[in-house]
Design a binder for this molecule. Sequence first.
Ligand code: NDP
Length: 390
Amino acid sequence: MRKISIFGATGSIGQSTIDLIRRAPDAYDVVALTGGHNIARLSADAIALQADLAVTAHDDRLEDLRAALAGSGIEAAAGQAALIEAATRPADWIMSAIVGVAGLAPGLKALEQGATLALANKESLVCAGQLLLQTAARHRARLLPVDSEHSAVFQGLVGEDIAAVERIIITASGGAFRDWPLEDLKEASLAQASSHPNWDMGQRITIDSASMFNKALEVIETREYFGVEPEQIEVLVHPESLVHALVGFNDGALMAHLGAADMRHAIGYALHWPERRDLPVARLDLAAIGQLNFRAPDLARYPALAQARDVMQRRGLMGAAFNAAKERALDHFIADRIKFTDMAEITARVLEQIETQSGLIDSAMTLDNVTQIDHIARKLADVAAAQNTG
Ligand code: NDP
């Protein structure tokens, strides 16, 4: 039996992972499940999957978790240290599906124990790509992409030489506002931004799809994971979300990956890699679909895309600053303190200010330095948000 743990088990990716695990319960020995506020779901899944350990990220929810697990024999724990400890428990395969930079420290610990880390938590790669890749190499651990675009590229590269790759094209649905008049964007509400045309995902990534901050992170993730130059990465708006990515080779061939908009494909590919196994995802009927559409992204609608280019040019710890500013701006939008279009203004201001406010951007990529930059960028984002509301 394969020993597995799922970080962020109560979220959208975590639940899709659990759906796959439940279809073959005899194949997996579940070590740890982690969640945040959703104690009911965390405890129910821990009991159903007979996990050894369940961890909530929040110290003040420990008693609730203990109560929900009473009599099950499952260990309960809470807080950041408990999350890290859970990542050190021996496992063969670990899903990293915490949202935000909070996924970085457990992910690093998982790699240090030599486990295969299925990485949905793209923020880790954006903040500390080199640190993750070096940690994986040092401990002979494997890092497998779970983001649908990166899984698609990874699959397109099987048997290929990365040196023969001319370009990588990742697609974007364009999100909730792709066809809105530009002048209406600043009035976009939280409910409108939280509804995705094709994918059923967590709220934060859904809003990030509408602003394309999600795609901006994915462009940086592509650079970090596959080691290509920024100029080799393109974004293509594809409203149907059926082509997930394309890899262009030096002979002019363009290999496309198509599949239903269902994260269980990418999760299942990482779970069974290097094999392919039957997955419960819809099969595409291209004759019925009839038509696929593509267009270039409108950079005025999606300023985050140009910001990602600046971050890649600047390098150092700028990815961590960008992600932190984006996370904080998103918090403010969700709390109804700023407008939708303010988010990109805030990240732009933080990117401008971070170099003068901190001498840390070029310092070594350690967890401590990433955490420090993260804190500084969050404070700058809060100040910028207050100016926008003031
Ligand atoms: P969700 O918001 O649905 O789930 C996030 C998970 O992380 C939940 O288990 C949540 O717990 C937990 N969590 C939240 N905050 C913290 C914290 N500070 N510390 C520890 N745990 C925390 O997110 P998604 O599943 O949508 O996304 C997860 C990751 O996967 C993100 O990095 C996202 O970018 C990436 N991703 C998601 C895709 C999707 O289709 N959803 C596609 C590709 C990538 P609780 O809910 O109990 O509070």
